[in-house]
Unconditional design. Structure first.
Ligand code: AOF
Ligand code: ZN
Length: 357
């Protein structure tokens, strides 16, 4: 790994600290280096806050002259909520800028790099697969205005997800659980269903060590049968119920009065039109939603190609005698439109990541 590659990955670590908290802006990290010494580090805190480049350069005067900036995303060249980073980089007289992703935002889209080159700064675009993965949901949202949906399902050795009466069974081990909390943290929003709330009463927050972080949670709830007695009332940052036309107006008013938001989507054949979910989430500027619900909805999403990515935890140890099947039909058929992108052993579980073909 050469020096540019290494430093860009360090900038990515900085960006990672705020992934899941900056939408509609992307999470960005930056490092300033001169003669092998780090002069500054920074990341973008969130929309309306200074960009990563500004943070990394904020304590630097003349010593920044001739330095190199490593930044995960192409520097912006437009006036948004904040002024163009390209102006700052010119005024600080940087010698080089190395960036890992071309900003898909059409007002930037390559122009940031060009402006730097024209002003005599050596601008280098260095693509890295880690950075490409990091920004895939931002790029998807920028292009389609839909939120990238990642579905997660844990499956026992014998192909079940819970006991036959729907009560939960602990399937995954510590490592898979850690990954779930990491992915919840890096998603902008969490999606579940009212059936899952009734069966499991999950917290759906992020627990890393003693830290507990609450995230916005959206619940698919066609009839607004949500019960305020659930844990989510305390563990979610905000609750949004996604319902159909037939939901009662009285219920809606009652929910609104306690701060719960209701969003209506279309119904087709008395079922929620699930394809509208990513559009509604996208309108809020969310780049990624982490979806945790049961096998019926999970199959409906995969059959309709609605997940951009799915994570299957396949246990090699836990068995659930006479349990509820993970897939109504043959797994191969349900996942026909997906292919395995990666497979990784996590203790007694195998984590498979599937993406659309
Ligand atoms: C950068 N560095 O750290 C980020 C960038 O409204 P503004 O001024 O915050 O601009 C938001 C846009 O700037 C956002 O849509 C994306 O194109 C870019 N984000 N650019 O140079 C950063 N967060
Ligand atoms: Zn900027």
């Amino acid at each position: 790994m050469n020096e540019d590659h290494k430093l860009l990955l360090e900038a990515l670590d900085l960006a990672s600290q705020r992934k899941g908290y900056t939408s509609p802006n992307p999470a960005v990290g930056a490092i300033v280096i001169k003669e092998g010494k780090v002069l500054g580090r920074g990341f973008h805190w969130g929309t309306g806050s200074p960009h990563a480049e500004v943070e990394a350069l904020k304590n630097l005067g003349n010593e920044a002259t001739g330095a190199t900036l490593y930044v995960t995303l192409e520097p912006c060249c437009h006036f948004g909520k904040t002024p163009p980073c390209t102006d700052l980089l010119k005024s600080k007289k940087l010698e080089r800028v190395v960036y890992g992703f071309i900003d898909p935002n059409p007002i930037v889209a390559g122009k940031g790099g060009e402006i730097l080159t024209q002003s005599g700064i050596k601008a280098k675009y260095l693509p890295l697969s880690e950075i490409e993965n990091f920004y895939q949901n931002y790029a998807w949202w920028t292009k389609t205005r839909k939120t990238w949906l990642t579905g997660k399902l844990a499956v026992s050795k014998d192909g079940n997800v819970c006991s036959s009466n729907g009560s939960p069974v602990k399937i995954t081990g510590e490592l898979a659980n850690e990954l779930t909390h990491f992915r919840r943290n890096q998603a902008d929003v969490i999606v579940t269903s009212v059936a899952t709330l009734k069966a499991d009463d999950p917290r759906l927050d992020v627990r890393c060590g003693s830290n507990v972080i609450r995230k916005p949670v959206w619940v698919l709830d066609k009839q607004l049968s949500f019960s305020m007695e659930c844990q989510l009332m305390k563990t979610a940052l905000s609750i949004t119920l996604v319902h159909g036309k037939s939901a009662s107006g009285v219920k809606k008013e009652k929910l609104k009065s306690v701060g719960i938001e209701c969003v209506e989507i279309s119904e087709v054949d008395s079922e929620l039109l699930l394809s509208e979910l990513a559009v509604r989430l996208g309108e809020r500027g969310y780049h990624e939603a982490w979806c945790e619900f049961g096998p019926r909805l999970f199959s409906a999403f995969t059959k309709n190609r609605l997940f951009n990515e799915l994570i299957l935890y396949q246990s090699t140890q836990v068995e659930i005698c006479n349990g509820r099947r993970a897939f109504e039909e043959e797994r191969g058929w349900v996942l026909d439109d997906y292919r395995i992108a990666s497979e990784e052993r996590l203790g007694a579980d195998v984590k498979e990541s599937w993406v659309l073909k």
